[in-house]
Ligand binder design. Structure first.
Ligand code: ATP
Ligand code: MG
Length: 482
């Protein structure tokens, strides 16, 4: 995978981008600007859309800040858009949709950092400058006043954007003590934008890492998902590890930086993991394109069972027996703690658990039955398992890498052939529960389930059977039961 894009741009370039993008947005933003101005309120585009306009990345979701209070905002938006909603009146945000556009308008907040009380506040404010001053990073603390489209950049965000640096508008210590989640947001934006984080910000993140503990699991999860789904996740992850934040939010990751044994016989699992993550990203178009969080997170977690299963042998070699099973358990626990959904947890856990299975394939000695089981066990994660297994090869030995790739090609081709013959994804026994009960002359109960499982195993071993063959096998099994 390539490194971050060239992150230095000129300020002129950024302004030219912004002008172009604002022209495109004019029909929406100028109209809204007039509407609020006529009612005696200020309105400005703020944050992400301004930053991304300068970077030449178009948005259809627009964030605005206003001097209007939420009730006034709602009235004005209701008259203008197709639908409005209230996403948290207490925080001052009203959402609105009009055609393809989604807008969120938030009442100015006042400078939240109160040195006296040291308590975060969500008081409404009266000035745009005040509102910008309590935002996370200078590149996010720019606005375009409407109508008229006047850029406001009180904290030098354009220069930081041009240089590709994340800096806080005020002292980072104050900002992070207001909202420790901003420390994770620094890593997230580093990963999304490919930017550096200013040294004083890294220092504050390091000094204040333990403050992240007061943030809810859900907010932490959402930032981690964005970070991992970004273009340069290695940047964000390395920063989390370097600052000690990872130790608090995803301790399995820094734990992979195992000390090498004295013989230097095994690779650094942490470095290997980041490479596997990047290689799996390179294979993502196999999954329908676009960032695939499940696939990426499985890559990140696939070896987390290694530190706990490591054993040194007398000959100086190292083993990690059952690190797949142990890793799957660790993964499940972590994802539960981060409040992921059951489906997400099941998917990632399954991938971690199966990531080694292919290595029993040797040079293609698996029976059809073993191939069927691989497909059945992977279930709806099969495409991702292909990606993970292929990505999990970081050997420098070109011949070996090429051999593994070809062997996997072979396995995929076999799966496809079998799938055509048998529709493997829908493997069921050749007889269903009703047929079993009729043939054996029994009613519903435990034995029907046992017979069903027997036929399913047989089906996996042998492939499809005719109804006569299945019936004969079933009768034989039934007669042989004591
Ligand atoms: P995206 O929506 O693509 O994730 P974004 O830059 O719009 O990126 P959001 O999380 O939607 O980021 O936040 C919108 C804006 O609100 C940010 O640009 C930033 O100015 C401000 N902001 C959001 N969360 C915080 C926070 N925790 N502390 C300070 N400012 C914040
Ligand atoms: Mg946003």
């Amino acid at each position: 995978m390539s490194g971050p894009e060239q992150t230095t741009r000129t300020v002129v370039e950024l302004q030219r981008n912004a002008d172009g993008e604002l022209k495109r947005l004019a029909p929406v933003v100028d109209e809204l600007g007039e509407l609020f101005a006529d009612a005696g309120h200020e309105l400005a585009v703020v944050g992400g859309p301004v930053r991304d306009a300068m970077l030449g990345r178009p948005h259809t979701d627009l964030d605005f800040a206003t001097s209007a209070r939420p009730d006034d905002t709602e009235r004005l938006l209701a008259a203008w858009g197709d639908a409005t909603w209230d996403m948290g009146r207490d925080f001052g945000t009203i959402g609105c949709r009009k055609g393809d556009w989604t807008v969120e308008v938030t009442t100015y907040r006042s400078e939240a950092y109160d040195a006296a009380s040291r308590k975060p506040t969500v008081d409404f404010g009266d000035t745009l400058e005040g509102d910008l001053g309590r935002r996370d990073f200078t590149v996010n603390a720019m606005a375009v006043r409407l109508p008229g489209r006047v850029v406001e950049d009180p904290y030098g965000g354009v220069v930081d954007l041009a240089q590709g640096v994340l800096r806080t508008p005020g002292r980072p210590e104050d900002s992070f003590s207001d909202d420790p989640l901003r420390m994770l947001r620094a890593a997230r934006f580093a990963a999304q934008l490919g930017f550096d984080v200013a040294p004083e910000v890294v220092a504050a993140m390091t000094a204040m890492a333990e403050r992240i503990e007061i943030i809810s699991a859900e907010r932490i999860r959402d930032e981690l998902v964005k970070l991992i789904s970004a273009s340069y996740p290695r940047r964000g992850l390395a920063l989390l590890v370097e600052t000690g934040l990872a130790q608090r939010v995803l301790p399995e990751l820094p734990a992979l930086a195992l000390e090498r044994d004295e013989h230097h016989r095994h690779k650094d699992v942490y470095e290997h993991t980041l490479t596997v993550l990047e290689q799996s990203i390179d294979l993502e178009d196999r999954l329908g394109g676009g960032p695939d969080f499940i696939s990426r997170f499985a890559a990140l977690m696939h070896d987390v069972g290694k530190p706990r299963t490591r054993k040194f042998l007398d000959d100086g070699s190292v083993t990690f027996h059952h690190h797949d099973v142990v890793g799957a358990k660790i993964t499940r626990k972590r994802m539960q703690a981060l409040r992921f959904s059951k489906d997400e947890i099941d998917a990632v856990t399954k991938l971690v658990e199966l990531h080694l299975r292919f290595h029993g394939y040797g040079s293609g000695e698996w029976t059809d039955s073993a191939v069927r089981r691989y497909v059945r066990d992977a279930g709806d994660q099969l495409a991702r398992l292909h990606v993970l297994t292929r990505a999990d090869c970081t050997t420098r030995n070109r011949n070996k890498a090429e051999r593994l790739r070809r062997t996997y090609d072979d396995l995929e081709a076999r799966i496809e052939r079998l799938q055509e013959q048998e529709e493997l994804d829908a493997i069921r026994p050749d007889l269903d529960g009703n047929q079993i009960m009729e043939l054996l002359g029994i009613g519903p109960g435990r034995e029907v389930g046992q017979a069903y499982n027997f036929l399913l195993e047989l089906r996996l071993d042998r492939g499809p059977m005719s109804p006569e063959e299945a019936e004969a096998a079933l009768r034989e099994w039934w007669a042989g039961r004591s």
